[in-house]
Write a protein that binds this ligand. Structure first.
Ligand SMILES: C[S@@+](CC[C@H](N)C(=O)[O-])C[C@H]1O[C@@H](n2cnc3c(N)ncnc32)[C@H](O)[C@@H]1O
Length: 285
């Protein structure tokens, strides 16, 4: 298998997310954006099926927007991110869900249905830090739109397996590697076709199979570009299978007709091309 982890870039990733944390949090705000609300959250919700009282690990939680959604469903959430700037912002927005989990991820609150969030600064490329979360304590782990931001994921998949209860699931969403491949080109064209002007929008991809880091913008205008780690599906899933997971759920989502594009090259004009996918991995016993 080709090399697909770049541990030497983990520090740089952390530095850049700290630089971008305030901008990201101001942009996403309390409600997040259409991408998250219309594509990511419904897919994740279906794949996860969280119940009140579940212990859930939110990996690379950013400003905690999905952690609060989970806590609102009554889950006891442990939310981690490598960026202390993101965790500061997440804590400030989450006062209604005070931490309620003990060190090993087990609940120490009596109310079965009261959601809680315990935020911690943990870089998942540091497996010793992940080990502080205990063993076999979580019903589920989630990670939204972050796996492609992680410099190293092989050890992380193995460590997450050990954090889950037998039969537990790791559900994650990511920028679709086929359509958000390095330097993918979005185009808009106009064709004079049979007496009418037809507008077309599409994509051109010229690299996919080779894993590679590249710089990209999660949000236009962010202070510094993000480092993005492209891994084709075969490479990513092989790492998951090697860690002891099976894949038992998958969604690919694009905007539907209810969403109006605010610019020509918006994802909302590419209704047959999913910019994201979500997968459910299940821990083999
Ligand atoms: C695109 S944001 C997604 C945030 C959040 N999950 C959401 O959906 O709003 C990516 C997040 O991944 C975090 N991240 C990147 N590499 C990480 C790592 N190795 N360990 C933990 N968090 C990491 C960044 O700090 C950033 O908060």
């Amino acid at each position: 298998m080709p090399m697909s982890d770049w541990p030497e870039l983990a520090g740089e990733v952390q530095k850049r997310w700290n630089r971008n944390a305030t901008f990201w949090d101001d942009y996403m705000g309390e409600q997040s954006n259409d991408f998250h609300n219309l594509l990511v959250r419904p897919a994740m919700d279906r794949l996860l099926d969280v119940k009140a009282g579940h212990n859930v690990l939110d990996i690379a939680c950013g400003n905690g927007n999905f952690s609060r959604f989970l806590a609102g469903l009554g889950a006891r959430v442990t939310a981690i991110d490598a960026s202390s700037g993101m965790i500061d912002r997440a804590r400030a927005r989450s006062e209604e869900y005070p931490a309620g989990c003990s060190e090993n991820g087990t609940a120490n609150r009596n109310e079965e249905s009261a959601g809680s969030i315990d935020y911690r600064v943990i870089d998942v490329t540091d497996t010793n830090a992940l080990a502080t979360l205990g063993t076999n304590g979580f019903d589920a782990a989630v990670s939204n739109m972050a796996v492609m931001d992680m410099a190293e994921v092989g050890p992380m998949f193995a460590a997450v397996r050990g954090l889950l209860k037998p039969g537990g699931v790791f559900v994650f969403s990511l920028a679709h590697p086929c359509f958000q491949a390095p330097y993918a080109v979005r185009y808009a064209e106009q064709v004079d076709q049979d007496g009418s002007m037809v507008q077309k929008a599409g994509m051109k991809i010229d690299r996919y199979l080779t894993p590679q880091p590249f710089e990209g913008l999660a949000i236009v205008g962010q202070p510094v570009p993000s480092l993005i780690f492209h891994r084709p599906l075969s490479v990513l899933l092989t790492l998951c299978f090697k860690a002891g997971f099976v894949l038992d759920g998958l969604e690919e989502r694009a905007f539907d007709d209810s969403v109006e594009a605010d610019r020509e090259l918006s994802w909302a004009n590419l209704k047959e091309i999913p910019p994201m996918m979500a997968m459910r991995l299940r821990r083999l016993a």
